[in-house]
Design a protein around this ligand. Structure first.
Ligand code: SF4
Ligand code: SF4
Ligand SMILES: [Zn+2]
Length: 264
């Protein structure tokens, strides 16, 4: 005997009318309908992911791909455009202001810029073997925060640069940051977000740039033992590109419809 239709909404427990019982198990309240629609979209996304993993596992003869843990990252646009002149000018003006502040008050915080006693805490050891593959595949979504913050470049960063270049002047530090600006950057992202990632060497980046980890990266940091991980992009709960992450980099999974190798 088929199970009796539910008498109440499975999400909010409100009683269902006879018609609602026949058509589903969720009431007509907008909140419940929205939640049910999200569940369906997410189930479709997960089914798409399972299909894509299975296809790639067959194509690449990589059974481990099916068992690899999944991390989700948010899809974002990574269109390269010439660095807008206005952005370049604004960054140059920002750097000039910082240099002027340093020249006017080199020890405003009570420290001496020539004293290398405040180089910032050392970075934690990089024991996350898949981190470069993840961030390469992602394309630097977190660097969008650098757009409104001049790439997080502060007087403190210029001060650190001067500590490494004891013969130089604040204007030289500003010039070094100016010269690091790329010709092309990711549209609407940080001025230093270039074709191959950040154009600043690690020592010139802010602590926040060097230490930030999104949820996906934190998952990898918590599990350095994973040799293979699947990274999936989603936007509005729909499946975007998916990649297998290994120490040697990301490899994008083909779409299910493209899984057969071309003849010849
Ligand atoms: S930390 Fe996260 S958001 Fe930033 S580049 Fe890496 S994967 Fe992308
Ligand atoms: S890591 Fe580089 S590109 Fe990203 S926000 Fe920092 S300075 Fe900008
Ligand atoms: Zn309900």
């Amino acid at each position: 005997m088929p199970p009796a239709p539910p008498a109440t909404c499975r999400l909010c427990s409100a009683p269902l009318s006879a018609l609602q019982r026949l058509t589903g198990d969720v009431c007509l309240a907008p909140r419940c309908r929205l939640a049910a629609a999200r569940e369906r979209t997410r189930a479709r996304r997960d089914a798409d992911l399972a299909e894509r993993r299975a296809g790639a596992a067959r194509l690449w003869q990589d059974d481990g791909l099916q068992r690899a843990p999944v991390v989700w990252i948010e899809r974002h646009a990574t269109r390269l455009v010439p660095l807008p002149a206005a952005v370049r000018r604004a960054q140059a003006a920002h750097l000039a202001r910082l240099a002027a502040q340093l020249s006017a008050a080199p020890a405003a915080d009570g420290s001496d810029p020539a004293d290398p006693g405040h180089p910032g805490d050392p970075l934690p050891p990089d024991d996350t073997p898949l981190a470069p593959a993840l961030c390469t595949f992602c394309g630097g979504r977190c660097c969008r925060y650098g757009a409104g913050t001049h790439g997080f470049v502060t007087t403190e960063l210029l001060r650190r640069w001067l500590e490494r270049h004891p013969q130089a002047m604040p204007a030289d530090a500003a010039a070094a940051y100016r010269q690091a600006l790329p010709r092309q950057h990711v549209e609407a992202s940080c001025p230093y977000h270039g074709r191959h990632g950040c154009t600043l060497p690690q020592a010139m980046r802010s602590d926040i740039c060097n230490r930030y980890a999104c949820d996906a990266l934190r998952t990898l940091q918590d599990h350095p033992e994973h040799a293979t991980v699947v990274a999936a992009m989603d936007r509005a709960e729909a499946l975007g590109p998916v990649a297998r992450l290994r120490r040697d980099g990301p490899r994008v999974l083909p779409h299910a419809g493209r899984r057969r190798p071309r003849a010849g």
